[in-house]
Unconditional design. Structure first.
Length: 173
């Protein structure tokens, strides 16, 4: 009887501790934002990126610009390469894409990309892409403004980018 009571107490304690240690399972609603929230799409993108970083893809958006990219409309996790990851920022009236490659060593990405705007010693490469209706062109005011920003943007850990943490805070309200 005494052993059964001890076993019961141990099991009850283990169940209680397990319940406290286990975080609630993420829900789809954790990534949804009411339509009335300004920049709803961008806020949901930030929530999704944060979720993915915490649950299996910490390498994506490991570095982001210290200041918010001008005209930013949306962001998404891109591809995984053998020594790099690529993340996308979409901006402007034309919805152009700034593809940011973070690599562990130099890459030859810019050798094959027409609109490469950055390829630095810290292995950050930025190049532009268009969409079905638009192509980034040198001389276009929107493209040139984006080139000026992305070629010199200070890249910092995502937690140090106030604009990103502000988007997360708005999404969690």
């Amino acid at each position: 009887m005494k052993r059964a009571l001890i076993l019961l107490i141990v099991v009850a304690a283990a169940v209680a501790l397990a319940g406290k240690a286990e975080a609630p399972a993420p829900q789809a609603s954790d990534l949804m934002v009411d339509e009335s929230v300004p920049e709803q799409t961008l806020v949901m993108d930030a929530l999704r990126i944060d979720f993915d970083r915490r649950h299996g893809s910490p390498q994506h958006f490991a570095l982001v610009p210290r200041t918010r990219p001008p005209g930013l409309l949306s962001m998404s996790i891109g591809s995984n390469g053998p020594n790099s990851v690529v993340d996308s920022y979409h901006f402007g009236e034309q919805k152009l894409g700034a593809l940011v490659e973070l690599a562990t060593r130099p890459t030859d990405t810019c050798a094959t990309v027409e609109m490469c705007v950055r390829n630095d010693d810290e292995h950050v490469t930025v190049y532009f892409s268009g969409n079905v209706a638009t192509t980034p062109r040198a001389g276009d005011p929107e493209t040139d403004a984006a080139r000026a920003f992305w070629s010199k943007a200070e890249m910092v850990p995502v937690a140090e980018a106030a604009w990103f943490t502000e988007l997360l805070a708005r999404g969690r309200e």
